[in-house]
Design a protein around this ligand. Structure first.
Ligand code: TYD
Ligand code: MG
Length: 455
């Protein structure tokens, strides 16, 4: 006889408790506990089918054999790059992202392009007709792809039995539910159960499983911190929905680096890979306006040159406004304070608006100098020459600090046709400057940049 139990789960970290708690002892967050009725039925279905009968024994590590099966290529260069060269057989991947960002499109498109493979695309969100409509927009299928609209894991496994796919896509983990558990789809216990079932299936059969997961407003995967432990890789699809650019990054990857990054553009016929984002981002700028500076940033290991735009105007209200798109607001306040102290920038009397062009979000500290210079440029209303780019962090005293992989940034700047790059003086030890066709300007403090650009 099934026994209904009530549990409380922290929706931040998945901590389970038998009573309601005000503060989660695991993650320390307040008021995060939700009640769920969990009824585990006596099971004889998919679970036992997927792991029943197996037994394991410890083996000496030298004697562990694995076949040199190749990673499964997806024929989407950017996707393969993020995964570290393709999908590892038997792996369980989670693709997260805000609603409407293009997760379903990305996986559908990737699946359709996997020539000669037999795939099963399970959707709990769309009907077969809707998937077909979307597929028609994207193009002609290269793979042998089966689609089914289904939410019960038990029935999904029946479909798997029938199709015997080489790759399984589940859109999304929040919509599927297991009949073994009596709580609603999307609840922590359902998500945990379903993820575990798919993990077991992937490991037992060697068929990779791609799961789509939604992200909450504050940017965390909805509920399933618990999932992140179970899956082999967590990919995040992000970007500003009002712009075409989308970035795919690996937050966790058991079979590759998390430094790689894939860049796409959303078009009316699906996603297009963008192997050369800098050229597009920079082609859209007006070079004669003040307040614009180009930063040689790195996303992961990939150089991306982006334009930073600032607008500085006299504050109309008592409290000056600060606004930043794609840049940390607290970091902006800090940079402004430094500029006040070192460059006579009247902080309290000015509104400052900052925008990273293209809707990208940048966390590379090397963007600091470009942010500072674009603010100064807008403040004095003198444009920065379009052939100048910068790569340096700024310290609290206005000192210009070194950044990682400077050679790579300089080489890319030269390749893109820049004539000058501003870097930190402490960054150039051992740098063979004559090797580059670009003029490398070394700075120690922000005043030097100010004088060199606007004096
Ligand atoms: P979708 O993949 O449904 O997002 P998610 O699964 O992450 O919720 O993508 C939704 C958006 O993508 C939608 O607003 C329309 C846009 N889109 C295009 O611009 N071009 C296309 O070819 C497709 C299929 C979608
Ligand atoms: Mg979707």
């Amino acid at each position: 006889m099934a026994k209904a139990k009530r549990y409380f789960f922290c929706h931040e970290c998945g901590y389970q408790s038998s009573s309601w708690l005000g503060r989660c002892p695991e993650c320390g967050k307040w008021n995060t506990f939700d009640e769920e009725v969990v009824e585990r039925k006596q099971t004889n279905s998919s679970q036992s089918a997927t792991h029943g009968g197996s037994h394991s024994e410890p083996v000496l590590i030298e004697q562990v054999k694995y076949d040199e099966t190749e990673r499964m290529q997806t024929h989407c260069g950017e996707f393969d790059r993020v995964l570290g060269g393709g999908i590892v057989p038997g792996s369980l991947l989670l693709l997260g992202g805000e609603p409407g960002i293009g997760k379903s499109t990305l996986l559908l498109q990737t699946a359709l392009a996997m020539k000669g493979r037999r795939l099963l695309y399970v959707s709990g969100e769309e009907s077969e007709q809707q998937i077909k409509m979307r597929a028609d927009r994207i193009g002609k299928p290269q793979s042998e792809m089966y689609v089914v609209s289904e939410t019960s894991t038990q029935r999904i496994f029946e479909h798997i039995e029938a199709v015997k796919p080489e790759l399984l896509v589940v859109d999304s983990i929040q919509t599927v539910c297991s009949d073994d558990i009596d709580s609603s789809a999307g609840s922590i216990s359902q998500i945990r159960e379903c993820t575990t079932v798919f993990q077991r299936y992937a490991k037992m059969t060697g068929v990779p499983v791609l799961l789509i997961g939604h992200i909450t407003k504050d940017g965390t995967l909805a509920g399933p911190k618990v999932m992140e432990h179970i899956v082999d890789a967590v990919l995040q699809f992000e970007g500003d929905r009002n712009y075409g650019f989308r970035i795919l990054r690996a937050l966790k990857n058991r079979f590759g680096s998390t430094a790689e990054l894939g860049i796409f553009e959303m078009l009316s016929c699906g996603l297009r890979e963008v192997p050369n984002p800098s050229e597009i981002l920079l082609s859209q700028r007006d070079e004669t306006l003040s307040g614009s500076a180009v930063s040689a940033t790195l996303e992961g290991v990939r150089p991306i040159f982006i334009e930073v735009q600032s607008l500085v105007s006299s504050a109309v209200y008592g409290t000056p406004q600060r606004n930043a798109n794609g840049f940390d607001l607290r970091r902006l306040s800090m940079l402004l304070a430094v500029l006040e102290k070192r460059c006579g920038f009247k902080l309290g009397a000015k509104d400052v608006f900052l925008n990273i062009a293209g809707g990208l979000r940048v966390s590379d500290p090397a963007i600091d100098l470009a942010v500072a210079c674009s603010i100064l440029s807008s403040n004095v209303d003198i444009p920065i020459p379009p052939t100048v780019c910068m790569a340096a962090e700024m310290g609290l005293n206005g000192e210009i600090r070194p950044v990682t992989r400077l050679e790579q940034r300089i080489a890319e700047a030269a390749r893109l046709g820049f004539e000058k790059i501003f870097v930190s003086r402490y960054n150039t030890k051992g740098l063979e400057k004559h090797k580059y066709s670009i003029n490398i300007v070394e700075l120690a403090v922000i005043e030097e940049a100010f004088r060199s650009l606007f004096a």
